[in-house]
Write a protein that binds this ligand. Structure first.
Ligand code: UDP
Length: 232
């Protein structure tokens, strides 16, 4: 298979059929823009399984995604997409960089759901960026941004419900989108404890990558618990 790109946590290969790619999840965990890096055995398998459950659930509920089919424990076949170079962050509860930047304790309720964009650039450290800055740079059109926002809010509603049934609070998460077949916007990348903050609904215990970022231990136990609850 021809490798197209190796990222921090996944490798992308060219698919056999035209306009397809194969994404393979790795066990590598990184944080702080790659400064902190470690191999966590089974992470690839766990994230692939969790992400596949979420993508299949979203698709069943009408969300368009890049997923074509699951190939094996760590690989998926996807539509080749031209990735929109912004990350969409959705927040239901204050945490992480939002808490730090605005001086609100983690866990503070928000009066409305927050949607933020950051420019996808490891070199620049993914800086936060607004609509007029994105359109000025030609990274996406306003119509595309409006669609990213409405799709992200729909994904939030659906995921909040899915996780609530599993006894998990969805605090915040990051999404990526791409353009396929002449410009249609679809959800891409992964949705996993690497890209979401997930807290136990009863105890508020963290079950996501913050355990790795903050050296709390029990990182894979948290991910395993998320998968177990989603498949229960
Ligand atoms: N996130 C991500 N990739 C990034 C930045 C953020 O997946 O490059 C996720 C992160 O896991 C969290 C949410 O987006 O669920 C909000 O992250 P935040 O802006 O608070 O940044 P952090 O505190 O992780 O630096």
């Amino acid at each position: 298979m021809k490798m197209l790109y190796e990222g921090k946590s996944k490798i992308v290969y060219e698919g056999e059929e035209p306009n397809t790619c194969i994404i393979k999840y790795k066990d590598t965990a990184t944080a702080g823009n790659g400064v902190k890096k470690e191999d966590l055995p089974e992470k690839g398998k766990l994230n692939a399984a969790i992400s596949n459950i979420i993508f299949e659930y979203l698709m069943k509920n009408g969300v368009k995604t890049h997923l074509i089919k699951v190939l094996d424990e760590t690989s998926v076949l996807v539509k080749k997409a031209d990735i929109v170079m912004v990350e969409v962050i959705v927040r239901n509860v204050a945490a992480g960089s939002f808490s730090k930047k605005y001086g609100v304790p983690e866990g503070t309720a928000l009066k409305n759901t927050v949607v933020e964009f950051s420019l996808k650039s490891d070199e620049l450290g993914d800086p936060m960026i607004n609509d007029s800055q994105i359109t000025a740079l030609g990274v996406a059109t306003q119509e595309e941004l409006d669609l990213l926002k409405s799709m992200s809010l729909r994904v939030d509603e659906l995921m909040t419900e899915l996780f609530a049934k599993a006894g998990i609070r969805l605090i915040d998460f990051k999404l990526e989108f791409g353009r396929v077949d002449g410009g249609e916007i679809v959800l891409c990348d992964e949705i996993s404890p690497d890209s979401c903050r997930l807290w136990d609904a009863k105890t508020n215990e963290k079950m996501d990558k913050d355990r790795f970022r903050r050296d709390m231990g029990g990182v894979m136990e948290g991910y395993k618990d998320v998968l177990a609850r989603l498949t229960k």
